[in-house]
Design a protein around this ligand. Structure first.
Ligand SMILES: [Zn+2]
Length: 183
């Protein structure tokens, strides 16, 4: 009889301690949500043996516009990754965070600057820029047009940048602005 009561007490104690541990774990995860990921890694062996990916980032500087285009390549195996690093040891630099970066320079415009153009303002003039208003490239042309006579709305549009597709569209836009400034 005494033995039964004692084992009940043990069960109660185990349940009590388990609850306490669960509450503590819950509180701990709530405090730091990133812990869930760490915990999953700890308990799930498939994660810990998952193949490590070898990442090489190429950073190509386009000297004509000053833009850098980055691209990441993932290698599943260490061997081909290491051989690339050895073969291009002069261009590849290991960054502080352990990332390998392949630096290249290209005496050209980047893709965005090759494909896109827009009208904008430079100083007191309308300018034809390469690239996009978000990522402007070099000025290709400056246009003599009296900005003082342009309506405020057009000035605002020009400040934001007006993209155009081709020479025909550019001419059309400039004709419109010219007409407005002559009024
Ligand atoms: Zn560019």
């Amino acid at each position: 009889m005494r033995k039964v009561a004692w084992s009940r007490l043990t069960i109660l104690r185990v349940i009590g301690i388990s609850l306490l541990i669960m509450v503590m774990i819950g509180w701990w995860f709530k405090k730091d949500p990133a812990l869930i990921g760490k915990f999953q890694k700890l308990v799930s062996p498939s994660d810990t043996v998952a193949p490590r990916k070898w990442v090489l980032e190429s950073r190509k500087l386009y000297t004509m516009c000053g833009h850098t285009v980055s691209k990441r390549t993932e290698y599943q195996l260490e061997k081909p990754f290491k051989s690339v690093i050895v073969n291009h040891s002069r261009q590849i630099v290991k960054e502080n965070d352990g990332l390998y970066v392949y630096y290249e320079e290209n005496q050209d415009l980047c893709d965005s600057c090759l494909k896109n153009q827009f009208l904008g303002i430079e100083g007191q003039r309308i300018a034809v820029y390469r690239g996009t208003p978000d990522k402007p490239g070099p000025i290709m042309e400056k246009i003599a047009l009296n900005l003082n006579k342009l309506p405020e709305a057009e000035i605002e549009d020009l400040k934001k940048g007006i993209p155009f597709k081709d020479g025909k569209e550019k001419l059309h836009l400039l004709e419109g602005l010219n007409g407005l400034s002559a009024e």
